[in-house]
Design a protein around this ligand. Structure first.
Ligand code: DGJ
Length: 735
């Protein structure tokens, strides 16, 4: 990061891009440039204003033609003629919604600063990371805005967030507090978003950006199954391997909003942050409000380049703790095998089978606590059900250990069922209006995590639960959306703060528990992948991708998820057929092939498998264990999207490029197609690779440019996994 032209320009440089800011007329924070890396900065600045004044207003009599409407900004002032989507809206104690933010000061600091109370990307020793903080002030209200820009050049990543600080003498009501805005002097873009629904999470969609405001959001209280807090801005010609792709990811787990405005003047403004609908925050003198961090990744190597940077960053600079770099266990989860109906004996029979096929961790899902024979009761009391589990959790964990299986446990801390003791003791601990009818979701209510006593109660309760047995893994579930943002703890004038305070409370609880139990591997879940976001991944390095484990559906879900999230975070389990969500039947080989491209596990009743199915599963698990470091920590290359026909394929390559895996899938077969030839990606062109299954040997450039032939598939739902090993190296070596 450097200052230029007597400090009136600042440039932020990463490996392949530069970002430039100008402090114009010593007052205005103007955006100069974000694009391919530049070697310097010049005096050159062209004011973007109209010569004709119809249809606009001018905020500054000294610089008459300076236009807030057409200039590119880092921050603008509401009410002064910038009619684009704003970063900030608010109201002063005098009732004014007009604020005049002017530049005050800036400083450059080493490292990446923490965002108080919120998760974020961090730097490690050895990274040449720095943070720029620019302060702007509004004289009348005393409200200061601090704009933060963090850069880790090695990761080509820009981090943006803001802080609103009341330095005045009266309160200010903040009604919109986005994390950043970015003005772009061009408007020819495609927009990539990941939308979906329960059991169809994160399906990639790419559309032309049209004039006006496009918005992508969640108001469900969680980042949601329906829209991912992510936006890709692509040049129309951008593909997997070439072209420009800007990815923006919000590190946040609650209500969010992305807005992209294509203006009438050939520019685009992007802004993202907490959703402003229903939001307000009363900032008393001396108080500050920090926004969530936004991660901006600019790639000039297409979508694939953007993806691999996100993967590396999330894996090594967002995820934390002792499991971050550790290989992940092969697990079995009893949910689809038993649902709520099990006894200790059933579990141990399943565990015997699991041990026999090479599984390493047994996850006891929902239903282990009292009063939980279906999903209408029981949440909140968290006492083991001794009728189902004679001997309790501790004995079960010991029995599992005897079978060389570690134990995992399902919990859903944020919820309470009607009729529980917790509900009777603390009727005011739920969100909503008890005087009206409380809105149910999956027959349960949401605890008010904005309330510090509720946060403490959860920390104490789950400290007890996690200490009650030898627990190595926890699945943290959350099975409903939130709607009624009312907290009995907060006064009426602060009810607009509840949705954000809920998320802050959740982060406090997650931080405390994950720090108290560093040896536990935590996996996030929200009715499948309903809150699979960077905020949760900062505490839990894994996520349950979707309840939909059907092989065909999963190809699409995993493809979309892979745009941002690394395979080490992506839970992918094989389940039985007909599939419990979509009723489809596919071959075991196909289902295994799909779930091996992620954090592999089983979600079925192993007792129902035939002997030959068990053998096939066991063989694949042995294979997975041998290759899991490459799968979980290698670089991913999407070769063909499942949306582009019946065939799809991807590759995972070890960072040193000595080992590579090709996953090729065909859904429906076509008798007249010739056997496909796949152009591999990510190999070293000069290395010679041997393909282990066929014994074929070829140079990397040949495999990538001439291609690798796949043998003719036999029928529907076929899969081929090929493993390439550099001839001089050995497949058994570690990454
Ligand atoms: C939703 C999760 O996604 C499932 O895997 C399972 O844990 C159920 N909740 C249990 O209620």
């Amino acid at each position: 990061m450097k200052e230029h032209l007597q400090g009136s320009c600042i440039s932020i440089d990463a490996k392949s891009w530069s970002y430039q800011i100008e402090i114009l007329h010593e007052r205005y924070l103007v955006h100069r440039y974000f694009g391919k890396k530049l070697s310097g900065i010049s005096e050159l600045h062209q004011e973007r204003s109209f010569k004709k004044n119809y249809g606009t207003i001018h905020p500054d009599r000294t610089f008459n033609e300076f236009s807030f409407e057409t200039e590119l900004f880092e921050l603008t002032s509401p009410g002064k003629g910038d009619y684009r989507v704003p970063l900030f809206n608010g109201r002063s104690s005098k009732g004014s919604s007009v604020f005049s933010f002017v530049y005050d000061s800036h400083e450059i600091m080493e490292g990446i600063l923490d965002v108080p109370g919120l998760p974020g990307v961090y730097a490690e020793e050895g990274d040449s990371a720095s943070t720029l903080k620019i302060t702007c002030r509004d004289e009348d209200s005393g409200l200061n805005v601090h704009l933060y820009y963090g850069v880790i050049p090695e990761f080509d990543t820009l981090l943006r967030w803001c802080c609103f600080e009341n330095r005045g003498t009266d309160p200010v009501s903040i009604e919109r507090a986005m994390s950043f805005l970015l003005d772009i002097p061009e408007d020819n873009f495609d927009v990539l978003t990941l939308h979906g629904a329960y059991a169809r999470e994160r399906t990639a969609q790419r559309n032309r950006l049209n004039g006006g405001i496009s918005s992508f959001s969640s108001l469900r209280g969680i980042s949601s199954h329906h829209m991912q807090p992510f936006l890709g801005m692509l040049s129309p010609e951008t593909g997997e391997n070439s072209g420009s792709a800007l990815g923006v990811l919000l590190v946040y787990s609650g209500n969010f909003l992305f807005e992209v405005e294509k203006t009438a003047y050939g520019t685009v403004r992007i802004t993202s942050g907490m959703h402003d609908q229903g939001f307000s925050w009363l900032l008393e003198p001396g108080e500050s409000l920090f926004t969530p961090q936004a991660v901006l990744i600019q790639s000039y190597e297409g979508l694939g380049g953007m993806t691999r940077t996100f993967h590396r960053l999330i894996r090594t600079r967002l995820c934390r703790g002792e499991h971050r770099d550790a290989q992940r266990p092969v697990l079995i989860n009893n949910w689809e095998a038993t649902y709520f109906d099990f006894t200790r004996n059933d579990l141990l029979k399943l565990a015997d089978e699991a041990h026999n096929v090479g599984i390493e961790l047994f996850v006891l899902d929902d239903g282990w606590f009292t009063n939980r024979s279906d999903d209408t009761t029981g949440l909140g009391d968290w006492q083991e059900d001794r009728k189902k589990l004679s001997g309790g959790l501790q004995e079960l964990s010991q029995d599992l250990l005897k079978r060389k299986l570690k134990m995992g446990l399902w919990v859903e801390p944020e919820m309470v069922s009607p009729g529980t003791r917790l509900m009777q003791d603390h009727p005011d601990w739920v969100l909503g209006y008890p005087e009206k009818e409380l809105t149910m979701g999956r027959t349960q209510l949401v605890l008010d995590l904005a309330h510090p006593d509720v946060q403490q109660h959860l920390i104490d309760t789950f400290t007890r639960v996690f200490s009650s047995a030898d627990i190595s893994y926890v699945k943290w579930d959350m099975n409903r959306c939130i709607g009624e943002w009312r907290s009995a703890y907060l006064p009426p004038e602060r009810q607009g703060e509840v949705s954000h305070r809920y998320v802050l409370g959740l982060y406090r609880v997650m931080k405390e528990l994950t720090e108290r139990f560093p040896h536990i591997l935590f996996e996030g879940c929200a009715g499948g992948g309903g809150r699979y976001d960077a905020g949760i991944l900062a505490f839990m390095p894994q996520y349950w991708t979707s309840d939909n484990t059907d092989g065909v559906s999963r190809l699409f879900i995993q493809h979309g998820t892979s745009m941002i999230y690394p395979l080490s975070t992506m839970g992918a389990h094989v389940s039985e057929v007909p599939n419990h969500q979509v009723g489809r039947s596919t071959s075991l080989d196909f289902r295994l092939g799909v779930s091996m491209a992620g954090n592999f596990g089983c979600e079925l009743d192993l007792r129902k498998l035939t002997q030959s199915e068990k053998q096939a599963l066991s063989k694949r698990i042995t294979w997975y264990k041998r290759w899991r470091l490459v799968i979980q920590f290698g670089d991913m290359y999407r070769l063909k999207s499942p949306a582009d026909g019946e065939d799809s394929s991807l590759m995972i390559v070890s960072p040193d490029k000595h080992l590579a895996l090709l996953f090729w899938y065909r859904r429906l077969h076509d008798a007249s197609l010739l056997p496909p030839v796949i152009h591999l990606s990510g190999l070293d062109p000069s290395f010679r690779y041997r393909e282990e299954r066929t014994g074929a040997s070829a140079l990397g450039d040949e495999l990538m440019h001439r291609g690798f032939p796949i043998e003719e598939p036999e029928g529907d739902f076929s899969v081929r996994i090929h493993q390439f090993v550099r001839e001089e190296s050995s497949a058994s070596r570690q990454l």
